[in-house]
Design a protein around this ligand. Structure first.
Ligand code: ZN
Length: 146
């Protein structure tokens, strides 16, 4: 018996493993496969297509894990949003000013990268829209505050 016989898998041949997937995902992937490979002469098996997709997203996850983010959410309270800036090594405090506008204490501005970053956070978006609605109501109620 040679050791070659032990290696049953041929060169380049993958070992396969069955996985159950929700039907709606499979249908969606089949649609995507059709769109992407419509004009190709060689049919790509669904399993191979799905593993390519998974491979792509795994690579993205690995990149995200290995490279620290430049900006990240640090904390959020009812009056402020805190953004950690790893490039400048500071925590920017973004304070709500004039209703729904955010003001950055590090840059002394309303339009810096921290504010741009904060605007992309769903929690902050919710806070901004709530504040906008509040200030709308105030102006609708009339001018006099006293
Ligand atoms: Zn800033």
């Amino acid at each position: 018996m040679s050791s070659e016989n032990k290696e049953q898998t041929k060169k380049g041949e993958l070992k396969w493993h069955s996985v159950e997937l929700p039907e709606n995902i499979v249908l969606e992937v089949e649609e995507l496969l059709k769109e992407k490979h419509e004009r190709r002469p060689v049919q790509v098996p669904l399993g191979l297509f799905i593993s390519d997709l998974i491979q792509e997203s795994l690579e993205k996850v690995h990149v995200q894990d290995s490279v620290p983010p430049i900006l990240e959410k640090y904390a959020i309270d009812s009056e402020s949003v805190y953004i950690r800036d790893n490039e400048r090594d500071v925590v920017a405090e973004l304070h709500f000013k004039d209703g729904s506008d955010l003001y950055c204490n590090v840059d002394g501005a309303k339009n810096c990268v921290h504010i741009g970053f904060a605007w992309a956070i769903p929690e902050v978006q919710k806070m901004i829209s709530e504040r906008r609605q509040k200030s709308k109501k105030k102006t609708l109620k009339g001018s006099g505050r006293d």
